[in-house]
Design a protein around this ligand. Structure first.
Ligand SMILES: [Mg+2]
Length: 356
């Protein structure tokens, strides 16, 4: 559905439509008993690393969206009902979610009793009838998603908070902004790029921009106002001043927490999570401040790539991340053009109305 798919919302709590609170958690009754997920237990939200994804970024629903826009809701719902047994094809977040599940498999082998796992919650505004097609799709692709939330109405942040959400991915930039304003890490995803780069099925790779993503936008402001050269000078002069927190700092911390569980079992070299800092900063003049800040937080990325203003797309093409986060659409588009799934973090000074 489009950014205003709230128009399709049915009343909360109606029929099989989950509502916030206990009834929204672990809706096993909604899931086909044949699903493999029945054999696994969902962790409690407060213990898990919760990733909330909208149905439109997990699956490709473009054709249905066009039907809705062209023919209206009645035709749309009828179409979805008539095609209930046809699974949706994967959307931009699909390989990322599959990689989360691959990490969970490894964690369950090492720590059978631990609830420190990724937990994926599917967020959707769709009509309950469409929900059945979504559940069939989840089963078809053998995804382990038991938390399935028809958000309805305007209570998105309430749901995200109830789930202790660590990251929210949506196709709707307005919802992403609302989440960010409430301190929830969030990013907008777009249709997968043409010729998407193939990604690992066994190792989750996540790439982050620095300024206005992991860090606050204070240095980005200098760049915006005075250009890259002045930015480099400014950062050199302030290399011992730590940067503030950015919106995705907490998510990097969550990944680090899970990485440590592998390191503790002697699996540092074979860790199924790998993180990257991919920044326009240059190593010599402005990288120090970034690295000192990460160190002060007790965080690190496995690799730090200082591109000194060079395009990020070619480097990302080599890294092959499942997702790359940046606050500037320029970099998101540049990454996508070379096949990387890039998500936009609409945070900080780089945002203008035209940039979403
Ligand atoms: Mg930035």
């Amino acid at each position: 559905m489009s950014g205003n798919n709230g128009r399709l919302v049915t009343s909360q709590g109606q029929g099989t439509t989950p509502t916030v609170g206990a009834s929204c958690y672990g809706n096993e009754s909604l899931v086909n008993p044949s699903t493999p997920s029945k054999h696994l237990k969902s962790p409690k939200p407060q213990n898990a690393i919760t990733i909330a994804v909208s149905s439109r970024v997990l699956f490709n629903m473009d054709q249905e969206q066009q039907i809705y826009e062209r023919d209206g809701m009645e035709v749309y719902v009828r179409y979805q009902t008539e095609h209930e047994t046809e699974p949706f094809s994967p959307g931009p977040a699909f390989p990322f979610v599959k990689a989360l599940e691959a990490v969970n498999t490894r964690l369950r082998q090492l720590y059978p009793e631990s609830e420190e796992l990724f937990d994926v919650v599917l967020m959707t505004n769709n009509h309950a009838h469409v929900g059945l097609r979504l559940i069939n799709t989840i089963n078809h692709h053998q995804l382990f998603i038991e938390r399935f939330c028809m958000t309805g109405g305007n209570s998105l942040v309430g749901y995200l908070k109830a789930y202790h959400t660590d990251l929210y991915l949506s196709a709707d930039p307005t919802k992403v902004r609302v989440a960010l304003e409430q301190g929830i890490a969030a990013a907008t995803m777009f249709n997968p790029p043409e010729g998407r780069t193939e990604v690992s099925e066994t190792q989750l790779r996540v790439a982050f921009d620095g300024d206005a993503v992991l860090f606050s936008d204070e240095s980005e402001r200098v760049f915006k106002a005075h250009g890259l050269d002045k930015f480099f000078e400014h950062e050199k002069a302030h290399e011992d001043t730590l940067l503030g927190h950015g919106p995705l700092k907490g998510f990097l911390g969550s990944l680090g927490k899970l990485q440590k569980k592998f390191y503790d079992k002697g699996q540092r070299m074979d860790c199924p999570i790998r993180t990257y800092l991919v920044t326009s900063r240059s190593a010599a003049s402005s990288g120090t401040r970034a690295l000192k800040t990460l160190r002060s937080w007790g965080l690190e990325t496995d690799e730090a790539l200082f591109l000194a203003g060079a395009p990020k797309g070619p480097m990302l093409e080599k890294i092959r991340p499942h997702i790359f986060f940046d606050d500037q659409m320029f970099h998101v588009e540049g990454a996508a053009q070379l096949g990387t799934v890039a998500a936009h973090v609409p945070y900080g000074v780089a945002q203008t109305p035209a940039q979403n």
